[in-house]
Structures are given as structure tokens and as C-alpha cells.
Ligand binder design. Structure first.
Ligand code: DX5
Ligand code: ZN
Length: 220
């Protein structure tokens, strides 16, 4: 049986009360904290860095999943590892040396993964599958929370699932962007096991009600 994981994106949390927000969402049932790093260069938005990761680290005991939307990739990796990140993913287009960036993440004791924009081919995985612990499929174009799920990515999730099964490796398949209570089951049916949700969770007053409803739809 598949273990499903809910990974709230703190991009939509109240940044003035971030410690409390992450504690609340973990008590509400979050399995992972998704941490969106944007640099106003690779993506047209600017968010949070290692200092904020370090600040929330003592507030939660679940893994922190750092989604790097930055270019270049390598020089920020050691800082996030030191700040308590458990998983670090990056966009292959943003790295000059993909294998090196993956190895750097692993050398710093974190799990490593690649992120695929809606139009980025999965062929980047071909020669690095042995260094991958997570595949993150973007179901929106990166840069902002609150966008709509792009249904064409369901086929790509299914393709990523096939590659993971063929590899025989233990690789998380995460989907990110526009995930809501009413489309989470479709993403799971395509093969995803880890679900990022920002606005769907932090946009509601009762985080537990949203997470419970998501799990109920995954159990159907
Ligand atoms: C988009 C980010 C996502 C985003 C998800 O660039 O990577 O993690 O915050 O937010 P929602 O769930 O609101 O689409
Ligand atoms: Zn993200």
C-alpha cells in the first residue's frame, strides 16, 4: 500500500507568525514542510533563504523539503544543509552540472531530487537515477502560490511513476502546484505519493479539516 504524504507549502503561511504556523500545520497532520526558495532570477519572485529554514527547524520534527527555484544552484546547498534541510530539490535547467549538484546535496547528508516544470522533459533523469531520492513534478509554472493545476501533467506523473518502478529504487514522487481537496485523488491515481499544498491549506482557517479531507479523498 502506498504511503501518502501531505507537504504544506509555507509560501502561503503568515510569515509574521511562521513558527506558530509550522507548529500548527504539523499538529494538523502535515508529514513534511515544503519550503519554497525563489531568487527573483530563475523565477520572478523573491522568498526565503537558509536563515528562515534555521529559524523554523526547532519548531518541527518532520522533514523540511527545500524546493530551490534559484540559479545558480550549488552555492546555496551547503547553507540549507546546515540550516536543517532534509530534502533539497532543484530545477535541472538551473544547474550547469546536474550530477555534481545532486552529489553535493547527498554529500551534505540530505536527500536529493530534481524538479520538472510543466514543459521540462523527464529525460534529465536518464543518467542520474541512482542519485535521486525525490522527483518533483510541477503542476503549475514556478514562481507563485495560488495558481491552477495544469491537468496535462497527470500524464507526466504517470511517466515518472513508471521510471521509478522500473528503477526499483525508493524515490518519492511529489506533485506541486494547485493541489486541492478535489484534485488530489487524480494526482494520486496518476502515481504521485507526496502532495504539496500551499493556498489550499493556509488559505483556510482549519488546517486539520483540509488535511483530513485530502487524506479521505486519497483513501477512496
Ligand atoms: C510554486 C511553488 C509551490 C506553491 C504551491 O512555485 O513551488 O510550492 O507554493 O502553492 P499552491 O498550493 O497554492 O499552488
Ligand atoms: Zn514548491
Amino acid at each position: 500500500m502506498t504511503t501518502f504524504r501531505i507537504a504544506p507549502s509555507i509560501l502561503s503561511a503568515d510569515f509574521a507568525r511562521l513558527g506558530e504556523e509550522v507548529r500548527n500545520v504539523v499538529s494538523a497532520g502535515a508529514d513534511i514542510i515544503h519550503f519554497d526558495v525563489m531568487d527573483n532570477h530563475y523565477v520572478p519572485n523573491l522568498t526565503i533563504g537558509p536563515l528562515v529554514c534555521q529559524a523554523i527547524r526547532p519548531h518541527v520534527d518532520v522533514p523540511i523539503d527545500v524546493h530551490l527555484m534559484v540559479k545558480p544552484v550549488d552555492r546555496i546547498i551547503p547553507d540549507f544543509a546546515k540550516a536543517g534541510a532534509n530534502i533539497i530539490t532543484f530545477h535541472p535547467e538551473a544547474s550547469d552540472h546536474i550530477d555534481r549538484s545532486l552529489q553535493l546535496i547527498r554529500d551534505h547528508g540530505c536527500k536529493a531530487g530534481l524538479v520538472f516544470n510543466p514543459a521540462t522533459p523527464l529525460s534529465y533523469l536518464e543518467h542520474v537515477m541512482d542519485k535521486i531520492d525525490m522527483i518533483l513534478i510541477m503542476s503549475v509554472n514556478p514562481g507563485f502560490g495560488g495558481q491552477s493545476f495544469i491537468p496535462q501533467v497527470l500524464k507526466k506523473i504517470a511517466e515518472a511513476r513508471r521510471l521509478i518502478d522500473e528503477s526499483g529504487r525508493d524515490i518519492l514522487l511529489e506533485v506541486d502546484g494547485g493541489i486541492k481537496i478535489d484534485n488530489i485523488a487524480a494526482a494520486a491515481a496518476a502515481g504521485a505519493d507526496t502532495f504539496v499544498a500551499g493556498s489550499a491549506i493556509f488559505g483556510q482557517p482549519d488546517y486539520k479539516a483540509v488535511i483530513d479531507a485530502m487524506r479521505a479523498n486519497l483513501a477512496k
